[in-house]
Design a protein around this ligand. Structure first.
Ligand SMILES: Cc1cc2nc3c(=O)[nH]c(=O)nc-3n(C[C@H](O)[C@H](O)[C@H](O)COP(=O)(O)O)c2cc1C
Length: 356
C-alpha cells in the first residue's frame, strides 16, 4: 500500500533538503533495534535492510530512516564542492505496467506527477551537493546517532571541475572518499553510475578507469571498505568488470536506475534541460534487473573465489521482494522508491522475515 512519501515530489531539492523529511518519517515512532546478528564488510548489523544513496538527502533523513528500522541507510551522493541540483521536477511517477526491459527503455516512457502500484518512478537530480563543511559535520553527527547494529554509509562522486586534469579528477575521487572516512563513515560508496548528468557513457562501463579510480581510492582510504555502485551490465561485461576490480573493491551495489527517454502524456520532453531527455527509472519495473545482477554477482564471486559484499537493490517495494533479493544472494538489500512511499517497509520486512 502506498503511503504519503517522506520526500515531497512537489517541492524542489532545496526545499526537501531544508524542510524534510515529511509524512511517515516525522511521526516520532522509533523502531526498537534488535541485537546485531548479521555482518557486512566487518560491521555488525541488526538486520540486512537499508536505503540506497538517493532519497536520504541529509542527516535528518538518515536519522529518520534509522528510527524506522532501515539498519543500513546510505546518505545521498555528495561531491567535493557545491553543485546545484537539476531543475524541478526531480521525481515523477512512471507509467510502466510490468518490467522495463532494455528494449522498452529505448522508447519514450510517459511520466507524470501521479504514483500508483506497482510503483515505478523516474528521478533526476544530477547529484547536487552542499559544501563539504556542511555535509561532513552533518554526517559525523548522524553517525553518532546510530545504535549498535546500524551502519550509516555515504556515497560520493568525483567531479571533473573546470580546469581539472585527468589526474586532478582521480584525486578528487580519492580525496572525497577520504572526507567520508574523516567524517566517521565505516563503509564508503563510490557512485560510478549516475545516469542523470548527460555523460555519454557511465564511468562504471569504462573498466580500466574503474580500476584506476578504485585503486586510487583504496590507496587513500586504507582498510576502510569501498563499495562501488554500478548500473545493469550484460553477462560478458559484468564478468570483465568483476575479474578486473572484484579484488580491488570490497563490495558492489547494484543496480542504479535504468535510463530511458521520459515524456509528458502529450509526448513532449518531461524534464527541463537539454541533458535531461533521458532520465533514470527505478522502482518495480527494474526489479528484474536488480535480481539478475545480484544472482550473477554471487555466481561470479564463487567462480573467481572472491570475497566482495553484495548490496542488492532495484524494485523492492513489498516484503516478498526483499526475500527474493536475499535468496538471489544479496548480503544487504536496499530499497529507495519502495521506502519513499512506505516508511514502514523495513518494519514490515523485519516482522515477516525475523530470520532473513
Ligand atoms: C529520489 C532518488 C534519488 C537517487 N539519488 C541517487 C544518488 O544520489 N546516488 C546513487 O548512487 N543513486 C541514486 N538513486 C538510485 C538508487 O540508489 C537506486 O539505485 C535505484 O533507485 C534503484 O532502487 P529502487 O528501485 O529501490 O528505487 C536515487 C534514487 C531515487 C529514487
Amino acid at each position: 500500500m502506498l503511503h504519503p512519501p517522506f520526500f515531497d515530489p512537489n517541492k524542489t531539492y532545496a526545499e526537501n533538503w531544508e524542510q524534510g523529511p515529511f509524512n511517515g518519517f516525522t511521526d516520532g515512532v522509533v523502531f526498537p533495534e534488535t541485537e546485531p546478528a548479521y555482518e557486512f564488510l566487518g560491521q555488525k548489523l541488526s538486520y540486512p535492510i537499508g536505503i540506497p544513496a538517493g532519497p536520504l538527502l541529509n542527516g535528518k533523513y538518515v536519522k529518520a530512516a534509522l528510527d524506522k528500522g532501515f539498519a543500513v541507510p546510505v546518505h545521498k551522493t555528495v561531491r567535493s564542492r557545491v553543485r546545484e541540483s537539476n531543475l524541478w521536477p526531480n521525481v515523477l511517477g512512471a507509467d510502466i505496467p510490468g518490467d522495463l526491459t532494455l528494449e522498452m527503455a529505448q522508447k519514450p516512457i510517459v511520466v507524470r506527477n501521479m504514483y500508483h502500484e506497482p510503483l515505478s518512478i523516474t528521478n533526476s537530480f544530477g547529484n547536487p551537493s552542499y559544501d563539504p563543511s556542511v555535509w561532513m559535520k552533518d554526517l559525523a553527527d548522524t553517525i553518532a546517532y546510530a545504535k549498535p547494529g546500524q551502519l550509516v554509509m555515504c556515497s560520493f562522486e568525483g567531479t571533473k571541475w573546470d580546469g581539472f586534469s585527468s589526474e586532478d579528477y582521480v584525486n578528487d575521487w580519492a580525496n572525497g572518499m577520504h572526507m567520508l572516512k574523516d567524517s566517521g563513515v565505516k563503509v564508503v560508496e563510490a557512485n560510478f553510475s549516475c545516469p542523470n548528468e548527460g555523460a555519454a557513457q557511465l564511468l562504471c562501463f569504462d573498466v580500466p578507469k574503474v580500476r584506476l579510480v578504485s585503486e586510487a581510492i583504496k590507496n587513500r582510504i586504507g582498510d576502510t571498505p569501498l563499495v562501488i555502485k554500478i548500473a545493469y551490465f550484460d553477462e560478458e561485461s559484468l564478468r570483465v568488470l568483476v575479474k578486473e576490480v572484484g579484488s580491488v573493491v570490497d563490495g558492489f551495489s547494484a543496480i542504479n536506475t535504468i535510463p530511458a527517454p521520459v515524456v509528458n502524456p502529450d509526448g513532449s520532453q518531461a524534464l527541463p534541460g537539454e541533458h535531461r531527455v533521458k532520465s533514470g527509472i527505478c522502482g518495480h519495473a527494474v526489479k528484474w534487473a536488480g535480481l539478475d545482477m545480484t544472482r550473477r554477482l554471487k555466481k561470479l564471486r564463487e567462480e573467481f573465489g572472491m570475497k566482495y559484499g553484495i548490496i542488492g537493490c532495484g524494485g523492492v517495494t513489498i516484503p516478498e521482494d526483499f526475500k527474493e533479493f536475499r535468496d538471489a544472494g544479496a548480503d544487504v538489500v536496499m530499497t529507495a522508491t519502495g521506502a519513499m512511499w512506505n516508511p514502514h517497509l523495513a518494519q514490515e520486512i523485519r516482522t515477516k522475515y525475523p530470520d532473513a
